[in-house]
Design a protein around this ligand. Sequence first.
Ligand code: N2P
Length: 386
Amino acid sequence: MNKHLWSFAFSALALVACGKKEDAPAAVVVPTPAASAPAAVSSAEEKVLNIYNWPDYIAKDMVANFEKETGIKVNYQTFENNEALHAKLVAGNTGYDIVVPGAVFAKPQIDGGLLLKLDKAKIGNYGNLDSAIMGKLGTIDPGNGYLVPWAWSFTTVGINKGKVAKALGATPMPENAWELVFNPVYTAKLKSCGIAYLDSPTEVIPPAMHYLGKNAYSNDPADHKAAGEMLAKVRPHIRMFSSTMIDDLAGGKACVALAWAGDINIARGRAIENKSGNDVEALLPSTGGLIFFDTLAIPKDAKHPDNAHAFINYFLRPEVSASLSNELSYATANKASLAQVKAEIVQDKAVFPDTANLQKMVSPASFSNEARESMSNAFTSFKKGK
Ligand code: N2P
């Protein structure tokens, strides 16, 4: 049921997005009036903002323009997976003013008192967010008290088309793209050109459970164990657990990847830019990918909460949110920005999946602490190959 409720929210977004090109009725096309309140900055606070985000996840001029406009100096650092960020937040004193947790990790962070409640009075552009999506995010963050969506996408399979066709030889592409990373019949053939997995328990075990027909967000250790047993069969065929997936795909080190669609899209662009001859594509598995949301949040003990609010407000300007989708091919939840997202991005199903694909996809949910630990154990044994 959860799955279909979420799909509805995304479909609404897709409808608005598609409407741009197809001249849908005005009632559907007209975007929310775009408020663009200026970045309100408190003079009392030191002019510093410490941001902790994922790699390759910010538009080129976003920080520089914010600094120029506000005089706030931004220190920007990156982390590679939700586990790393979560461990820092739990330890406390991170020194960060803005962090970007995946929604699947945010509930224990909210419940554990690790995040600061947003002061929406300081976020004049808040109304630009898609209310249907915010409603669904409310299942993780009740009342939308703590999280502002940065971007969304889905976990899926990315391929280098030419290399995969060659490695598969006479074997046709499977109907379900997940087979390429989870079925030994395919992985044995693709081993030669390189299979890469994301390097995180909560990025690998959920799709593996989904492939097995289980709930991708199962908290049951028996399901994690089943995923581990299935994964053990393909372990000999996996070349790497990658934290540099964009370059690995773009540069041809990997021909198949269990990865984020947005990063696969970036890799496609980078491969073209570098004239590498690598033809990279994010696939839409017949049984659906796993939708994820990454969200802006302020750690409870942040030293510069006003500056953090000012940055969030700046980010929610239509043109600033649009630059993220335009430059990084990740989807935005800023409805007022869609009119400024390039048509080719809005229509790209690997960025904004169409309704038919969205309905097949798995919506985000939350893991219990015990489940994260049990997934971590399953993943560690899988990586070690024992
Ligand atoms: C990295 C984007 C992170 C997306 N380029 C996965 N949460």
